[in-house]
Design a protein around this ligand. Structure first.
Ligand SMILES: NC(=O)c1ccc[n+]([C@@H]2O[C@H](COP(=O)([O-])OP(=O)(O)OC[C@H]3O[C@@H](n4cnc5c(N)ncnc54)[C@H](O)[C@@H]3O)[C@@H](O)[C@H]2O)c1
Length: 336
């Protein structure tokens, strides 16, 4: 059976990434698209040969579908997710789930009550090397994980009216847009919750009201310490998307894997040590290199979502984590 999809907010990341993955998959079918900008809705509808709308409710009334993918600015997520639920649809909503923990929890509670699937578009956990890193930790290939670092940045200058640059619309800046990916990925790879977090946020380079840079330090349930930095003020060519995991027996260093494609490399070193070496004279050991698989991470995300819908058994583990991430963000913003 194919999962039939409608899309709300069709002309951004939906058109760039998720819809192409959806239409390429034999288990999914695109039925209609909606965008509030008429020309954009028309362009995407015609591109994929499906009906297009500028009114989400009209689309949901007229088009029979199993699931709705919501890829609108963050301030729209709550209202549109609840609208899709009113029409009894399963929902895959883009990250962050909503602007605050309260909004996010309201969405999750409503879906749980209705027994409909809800997932959130944190697609980086479907990257082959992130999955490998998680498996390696489970197989004790780096020992006890003691330190994790994530770095994710881009160049995002002042653009008048851009929703990401207005607190009320995006919920925040670099932390809310890039930082949430890092937080979710850290919890996925470590397979445990972040229980405490502190941060500095700053608007250093640009004029917009949200932060263009943020640094976070955190602690997980088992005691792993972590560090995340996210910037809107580092040029794309200078940005290094990096994930580093250090343990008592080795390391995994992923370069350029925090991306929309399954790209980049992972260097893995296994080098357990016995006694303290006061001389600190150790040979440099070459790590083993792994390459990314190149598979479409958006397709993998859709496949997992569809599996839950087809099984008729909603799974809220990722939605719950997405709500928890917003609680961490609330705390960090409140402490500034
Ligand atoms: N997972 C990822 O890879 C990824 C990447 C980029 C963005 N995102 C997330 O996707 C969401 C959208 O981001 P984007 O970069 O595509 O933004 P965007 O501004 O590029 O695109 C959003 C689209 O939604 C439309 N829109 C705006 N308000 C609407 C409304 N009320 N109803 C219907 N359509 C509306 C816009 O016209 C536009 O076509 C955000 O939550 C963002 O964080 C996720």
């Amino acid at each position: 059976m194919k999962i039939k999809w409608c899309v709300i907010g069709a002309a951004g990341i939906a058109d760039r990434r998720t819809i192409p993955a959806l239409v390429a998959d034999e288990n999914n079918q695109l039925c209609a698209v909606m965008d509030k900008v008429a020309d954009a809705a028309k362009a995407v509808g015609e591109k994929y040969g499906v009906p297009y709308y500028t009114d989400a409710e009209q689309m949901l009334k007229e088009v029979a579908c199993d699931a709705v993918y919501i890829a609108t600015p963050v301030f729209c997520h709550r209202e549109q997710a609840l609208l899709a639920l009113k029409y009894d649809r399963n929902v895959l909503i883009e990250k962050p789930i909503a602007r605050t923990e309260a909004e996010s929890a309201e969405i999750l509670d409503a879906f749980k009550k209705a027994g409909k699937q809800l997932s959130v578009g944190y697609m980086m956990k479907y990257h082959s090397l992130h999955q490998k890193a998680r498996n390696f930790i489970k197989k004790d290939k780096v020992g006890q994980v003691t330190n994790v670092r994530l770095q994710f940045s881009c160049w995002y200058p002042d653009i008048p009216g851009a929703w990401r640059q207005i607190k009320e619309l995006g919920g925040g800046g670099a932390l809310m847009d890039l930082g949430v990916h890092c937080l979710e990925l850290a919890e996925y790879i470590l397979d445990e919750e972040i229980v405490d977090i502190k941060s500095f946020v700053n608007t250093q380079t640009f004029k917009y009201e949200v932060e263009d840079s943020a640094v976070m330090i955190f602690k997980t349930k088992s005691g792993t310490l972590g560090h995340i930095d996210v910037n809107f003020n580092i040029p794309d060519d200078v940005s290094v998307a990096k994930l580093e995991i250090y343990g008592t027996k080795g390391y995994m260093i992923c370069n350029n894997t925090l991306a929309q494609d399954d790209v980049g490399t992972m260097a893995y070193l296994y080098a357990p040590q016995g006694d303290y070496d006061a001389m600190q004279e150790h040979a440099i050991i070459k790590p083993k290199k792994f390459r990314a698989s190149g598979k479409n991470i958006y397709a993998k995300q859709l496949a997992e979502f569809s599996k839950h819908v087809l099984a008729g058994k909603p799974n809220y583990k990722y939605a719950k984590r997405a709500v928890h991430i917003q609680a961490l963000c609330d705390k960090m913003y409140a402490e500034q």
